[in-house]
Write a protein that binds this ligand. Structure first.
Ligand code: FE2
Ligand code: FE2
Length: 355
């Protein structure tokens, strides 16, 4: 392991309607809109960033607005869902109540063993999960030897053996009109995708990103298939905002198709540009087709694809989101990188204002 990522930098999704996305992620889920900018490769469209107060790596979800694109579909080489963390079982039920009161269909809470989870979709169809921080991956094996053997979940957690009616009936007794501080969602708990080759996936996450297998198990909703987890793990702790998980699908399974309601790419952290440059050379040496370094204004990025087609980015922590505005006013006005500033009036004329 020449290079070890700290964990996720951000995940980028595709939305059909930027205003609807702001209403959902900022107003309903309580993420901070930290940057309104345009897609640097297609400057006529929005690129929105949400996260914690400062846009810390590991808290960031970003959205390309593609108003005319078709709906995407998950599959091999794509992402099934993104999980945001919540404190505990009480806050999980508060989220279920708040979401259902706003007309969002929620399933769960499901006991996944290592965490407890609810599931729902965003307005474009992206599957989202909210998951508790505990009990943790060391629930069923010692922290110093995670991921070395297949761990079967208790039968009662598997589809077909659960009290689905009892689960569906659970909710918080009172309406939850305000997001209290204990409910904070602003950190990626894990990201889950699909692959048709878990062996190659293990090689990829280990060699390319320095992550380690922390759990070999089965998909509790489809118990005939495997479910593997990787993370930044040093034998004593699993780093927060670093768990990538994959369902093992057969080779004949459908592949993901890019589009609205799907994840576009997953970005991992590099500490700085020097590390990123060296990492790029290392990845080229492993045979990956890696893009040149791109200036994304708030970070620098390189891109490449996994064996099954997932687009992966490595993004630097610096300079961060206060490079073009102070923390108090993040997200309030449309920001453009220096090279697009000369076209500000034309660009803004083509964008629908967001409230
Ligand atoms: Fe999940
Ligand atoms: Fe990105």
């Amino acid at each position: 392991m020449d290079f070890v990522t700290e964990g996720f930098h951000h995940v980028t999704l595709v939305s059909r309607d930027a205003q609807r996305t702001v209403s959902f992620y900022r107003d309903l889920l309580g993420l901070r809109l930290i940057k309104k900018t345009v897609n640097f490769d297609i400057p006529t469209t929005y690129h929105l960033y949400f996260g914690d107060a400062t846009g810390s790596p590991g808290t960031i979800l970003t959205f390309f607005e593609w108003p005319d694109a078709k709906r995407g579909a998950y599959g091999v080489g794509g992402i099934h869902h993104i999980a945001l963390k919540t404190a505990d079982d009480d806050t999980l039920l508060k989220w279920k109540r708040r979401l259902t009161d706003h007309g969002v269909t929620v399933s769960g809470p499901y006991n996944r063993g290592w965490f407890h989870s609810i599931y729902f979709r965003d307005p474009d169809g992206q599957v989202l999960e909210i998951a508790t921080l505990g009990p943790g991956y060391d629930l069923d094996e010692p922290i110093e030897s995670l991921g070395q053997q297949l761990k079967m979940p208790p039968e009662g957690q598997l589809r077909g053996h659960r009290d689905e009616a009892g689960i569906a009936a659970q909710t918080w007794e009172e309406p939850v009109p305000e997001i209290t501080s204990d409910m904070d969602l602003r950190m990626i708990h894990h990201v889950t995708g699909m692959t048709d080759d878990l062996v190659k996936a293990d090689e990829f996450y280990h060699q390319a990103l320095g992550m380690r297998l922390i759990k070999q198990s089965i998909n509790q909703d489809d118990p005939d298939t495997l479910h593997y987890f990787w993370a930044n793990y040093d034998g004593t702790r699993v780093a927060p905002a670093s768990s990538m998980t994959l369902f093992g699908w057969p080779e004949t399974a459908r592949h993901a198709s890019e589009g609205v309601g799907q994840t576009h790419h997953v970005a991992y952290r590099a500490t700085d540009s020097d590390q990123q440059e060296a990492w790029r050379e290392y990845l080229l040496g492993l045979g990956y087709e890696v893009s040149p370094v791109m200036d994304r204004n708030y970070f620098r990025s390189i891109y490449f694809r996994t064996h099954d087609g997932l687009l992966v980015e490595i993004a630097t922590d610096p300079p961060g989101f206060s490079v073009d505005g102070d923390v108090d006013t993040l997200g309030t006005e449309v920001k453009l990188p220096p090279w697009l500033e000369p076209q500000r009036s034309e660009i803004l004329a083509g964008l629908r204002p967001l409230t």
